[in-house]
Structure formats: structure tokens, C-alpha cells
Design a protein around this ligand. Structure first.
Ligand code: UDP
Ligand code: MG
Length: 314
């Protein structure tokens, strides 16, 4: 049995149709399945649309989070609730094409891959700025962590073994893409074309993407701390040279005016200290978050399908 996991945040206009489409594909392939929908604190009618699904389809399982806790939290809730032999995660807006599900399942069942991951063949109709930002981020992430996430997505099929291993990772602040890459296992990538969003708007703002980039790098690597240490050593060496020059000029009787140098150094060192403190602060705040040990999500309501078999024709 395969568990399909869909995080849902304000998708009232398309969630019903998305599930309908996924079910049609699963049925045509005769795949035993359950569909888990996680309402990540939607403020529109998504929850009632989801309840409509439990009235019309069998094996649909709904979870409602207490508020908008983010896609990562929704994915955690879905993975922990799933009991299939494999879990398949995809976006509720179907930007991850469900037509690929049969091929992903085939790679898992017949070829024994434990992780089948969708990678973006192209980046859809993203702006040039967006593409450059994404490339820079992938490079930085790769350099800092040694994990290559280029064009990775959350569109993944994970074998039960991998899901159990993932569940044993205890950090409160999760980064699904990175964590599942970190786990290893026998994996294969399958390229897909990012589809146009059919309804509604993307929930990601520039601010939330920058936050995700900083969070993911600092969650996976301590390299920024090593960089600032290196920077400190570099500045110290520069300072030693400068002291040598000053002493030389003093003893050789030359007038030495250092006003400009002082300003430049004060500004340079000051900003380096501030950046360094900021980076250390990010790590401390991560420790603070982890130490609090808060749950990753809170579920306020759960629903199961009321029908044992499909009542309506889909
Ligand atoms: N989503 C979520 N919580 C959020 C934001 C998004 O569960 O806070 C869901 C959303 O409903 C969708 C998926 O995560 O199923 C991807 O979101 P979106 O389409 O906004 O992101 P994009 O495709 O632009 O990266
Ligand atoms: Mg989307």
C-alpha cells in the first residue's frame, strides 16, 4: 500500500480536483493506496472541501493543524500518520505531476529503489532573479554541507524503511529535502517539468525563501562558523602587518597620519564583528529552539473516509 501525502494551505479551489485526479491515476494502475491531507491552518474553505472528499472517496485521511505552521510541519504530520509501505509526497496544487506516480512506484517496487526523488527539469516560469538566487543557494548549500540539492523538490517517494529512519531524526526544525538526502539509501532521481499552478497563488514570499535558505544551511552545516573564524584570523594577520608598517615608519622618523586607516579599519572590523555575532546568534537560536523541545505540530482534528468503497464515479 502506498500513502499519498498532500500538505494543504488555502487550496479551496483545487484540492477536490487534485485528489480526484490522483485517485484516477492510482485506480487505473490498481495501486492500493491511502490519501493523507494535512490542513496547515487554511483560512479559506479548504477544510470543508477536504471533508467533502471523505464523504465521496474511501481511504482518505484528514489532519487539521492548530494553525499555519508551515509546509515542513505539515509534511511531518503526514509522514508520522502514514502507514503505507511507501510514502509519496506531492504538492496539493499538482505542480508536481501525478502522472509520474506509476513510474515512481515501478522504480520502487520493481527496481528496488528506496528513495525516488523528483528533480525539476527546468525551473518553470521563474524570474531570472529567482533562478540566480536558487543557483547561488544550491551552490552555497553544496559547498557547506557536501549534499547536492540542485533542483531538488519535495516530490518524493520514500520506502517504509526510509520513513522510519526519517522519523528517528529528532530535530524540531526540519528541512525535509535536506534530511531525506542526508539519510542516503538507494536512490534515483527522475526529472519532471514543474507544472503551472492551476489555482490560487504561491505561498512563498522572498522573505520566507531567504529564511528557508539561512535555516537550511545553518541546520546542516557549521561551515559559516568556520568562515568567520577564518575571517578573524585574516584580519589579525592584516593587523600584524599594519603594526609592523607603523613601527617601521615611526623608527625611520617619517610622519605617520593614520586617520583614514583608522576609519576604514573601524568600519571593516566593526561590521565583521556584527556579522559574526549574527551568525553565532543564529546557531544559538537554533539550540534554543531545539532545547525547548516543542512538538513539531499540533493536530486539532482528524477525519477518516465515511465510505468503504467509492460511492461516486470519479
Ligand atoms: N503549503 C503548506 N503550508 C504553507 C505553505 C504551503 O502546507 O505554509 C502547501 C501548499 O498548499 C502546497 C505546497 O505546500 O500544497 C506548496 O506550496 P506552494 O504551491 O505555495 O509553493 P511553490 O509551489 O510556489 O513552491
Ligand atoms: Mg506550488
Amino acid at each position: 500500500m502506498i500513502s499519498i501525502i498532500l500538505p494543504v494551505y488555502n487550496e479551496e479551489n483545487q484540492i477536490y480536483a487534485s485528489v480526484q485526479k490522483i485517485r484516477t491515476i492510482l485506480l487505473s494502475e490498481k495501486l492500493k493506496n491511502q490519501i493523507i491531507l494535512i490542513d496547515d491552518g487554511s483560512t479559506d474553505e479548504s477544510w470543508s472541501e477536504m471533508q467533502r472528499l471523505t464523504g465521496d472517496f474511501n481511504n482518505v485521511f484528514l489532519l487539521k493543524l492548530s494553525r499555519n505552521l508551515g509546509k515542513e510541519a505539515a509534511l511531518c504530520a503526514g509522514l508520522e500518520a502514514a502507514d503505507g509501505d511507501a510514502c509519496l509526497i506531492l504538492d496539493a496544487d499538482l505542480q508536481h505531476p501525478p502522472e509520474l506516480i506509476p513510474e515512481m512506484v515501478r522504480l520502487w517496487r520493481e527496481e528496488g529503489y528506496e528513495v525516488v526523488e523528483g528533480v525539476k527539469a527546468t525551473r518553470g516560469n521563474e524570474t531570472l532573479g529567482g533562478k540566480i538566487a536558487a543557483m547561488t543557494y544550491y551552490r552555497l548549500f553544496n559547498k557547506a554541507t557536501g549534499i547536492n540539492l540542485t533542483n531538488a523538490s519535495d516530490f518524493k517517494l520514500l520506502d517504509r524503511k526510509v520513513v522510519e529512519a526519517w522519523k528517528s531524526l529528532k530535530e524540531a526544525d526540519t528541512f525535509f529535502r535536506g534530511m531525506s538526502a542526508w539519510l542516503g539509501y538507494k536512490r534515483i532521481q527522475i526529472p519532471f517539468e514543474v507544472q503551472e499552478r492551476r489555482e490560487g497563488i504561491s505561498k512563498w514570499s522572498v522573505q520566507s525563501l531567504v529564511k528557508l535558505a539561512i535555516d537550511s544551511i545553518t541546520s546542516f552545516s557549521t561551515m559559516p562558523l568556520h568562515i568567520i573564524t577564518g575571517l578573524g584570523i585574516g584580519l589579525l594577520l592584516f593587523d600584524v602587518v599594519l603594526v609592523g608598517q607603523t613601527l617601521y615608519m615611526k623608527f625611520s622618523g617619517q610622519a605617520f597620519t593614520g586617520f583614514t586607516t583608522v576609519i576604514i579599519l573601524t568600519l571593516g572590523i566593526g561590521s565583521c564583528i556584527m556579522i559574526s555575532l549574527g551568525i553565532i546568534g543564529i546557531y544559538i537560536s537554533k539550540i534554543y529552539d531545539e532545547v525547548k523541545g516543542r512538538p513539531r505540530y499540533i493536530i486539532t482534528e482528524q477525519r477518516k473516509s465515511e465510505v468503504k468503497s467509492i460511492r461516486r464515479r470519479i
